[in-house]
Design a protein around this ligand. Structure first.
Ligand SMILES: [Zn+2]
Length: 351
């Protein structure tokens, strides 16, 4: 009975996470039901095995009991295995929970997005005929990222180009990067400064090359924004505007998911702005190899010390050099971090 309740609790939590993909992940809420379901499920399965062996007349009851136990174990074990196989981070538990369902969801989407292209590093599903240049551009992007980073990803990317506008996943038909499986809109449908498929491909590339580090949110999103095809000057201009509006706290305040989305700083929108511009500057100033060493070792808690180890200078010095670059670029006087908290911006979720 307890195992059945634990399993039901876990499935409810996971399905809720599926319906609310933007809800902040919670290690306790995501982990406790999974561990309870596994432990109780194993206990029930062992009990069933003992009954089956010791009491011949109760074999049917034992078999159904064993079934309940295995059901309790199967979901969480599947998800945990998926975490290690596809994603980088237990703190991304929500995304991971989703990822466990995505093969099934993708199968459902595959009914509509039923044309398939297979360039070397992708499996691209789509509904409408895909222009040749788009397939070439996606493949070129993969090769560019690999050449730039020197990283060799473990797998390719399964890409659902949602030109049919399907919203079976509760993500608005666009904007998901779950390990090697991406659901996004084609290049023709989204402007590069609004995100789009190159943003999600950059995320996926980073996840499939990772060996299991916790990416600070600002670096994770900053990397994707810096590689989505938007000109650097446009990214820098957003930071200038956010700073003037009092929505630019020091970067270390935005490393965690909650700091990234903090409404006092204008919500996630200004988080994308800060991350994109800063990471683009880091990549231009120090190169991608340094950035890979930084992102693959830094956690939200130790990114300040990791920055010094990787870049050989203090985190604060990096921040100030970046702001000085933007001030020089636009011919304004020195910029400084600023927070007034007076203008909570609208959050652009799901990028
Ligand atoms: Zn993103």
């Amino acid at each position: 009975m307890a195992a059945a309740i634990a399993a039901a609790t876990w499935w409810t939590t996971a399905v809720w996470g599926f319906a609310e993909p933007q809800a902040a992940p919670s290690v306790i809420a995501d982990t406790v039901p999974a561990v309870a379901a596994v432990l109780l499920g194993v206990a029930v399965a062992l009990l069933a095995a003992w009954i089956a062996v010791s009491r011949a007349h109760a074999r049917v009851a034992a078999a159904s009991l064993g079934g309940i136990g295995l059901l309790a174990v199967a979901g969480p074990v599947w998800v945990a295995a998926d975490t290690f196989a596809t994603l980088n981070d237990w703190n991304f538990a929500n995304r991971t929970f989703l990822a466990a369902y995505l093969p099934a969801a993708a199968l459902a989407m595959g009914g509509t997005l039923n044309r398939i292209d297979r360039p070397p590093h992708y499996e691209i599903h789509h509904a409408l005929p895909l222009p040749r240049w788009e397939v070439s551009d996606l493949e070129r992007e993969w090769n560019r990222l690999r050449a730039m980073t020197g990283a060799m990803p473990r797998t390719g990317i399964t890409l659902y180009l949602n030109d049919a506008g399907i919203d079976r996943l509760g993500i608005g038909g666009h904007g998901a990067a779950y390990g090697p499986l991406v659901i996004a809109q084609p290049l023709t449908l989204v402007g590069p400064c609004q995100g789009g498929v190159l943003h999600e491909v950059a995320h996926a590339f980073m996840y499939v090359q990772s060996r299991g580090n916790t990416f600070p949110q600002l670096l994770d999103e900053g990397w994707a924004v810096a590689n989505q095809g938007c000109p650097r000057r446009a990214l820098d201009r957003r930071v200038l505007g956010d700073t003037e509006r009092g929505l630019m706290p020091p970067l270390e305040d935005r490393m965690t998911d909650s700091g990234f989305r903090d409404r006092r700083y204008g919500g996630a929108t200004t988080g994308y702005d800060a991350g994109g511009s800063w990471v683009a500057w880091l990549l231009g100033r120090y190169g991608a190899r340094h950035f890979m060493a930084f992102i693959n070792s830094a956690t939200p808690q130790d990114c300040v010390t990791r920055a010094r180890a990787v870049y050989g200078t203090s985190f604060t010095a990096l921040e100030h050099a970046w702001l000085a670059h933007i001030a020089h670029e636009f011919g304004v006087r020195a910029l400084a971090f600023s927070v007034t908290g007076s203008e909570p911006g609208q959050s652009l979720e799901g990028r």
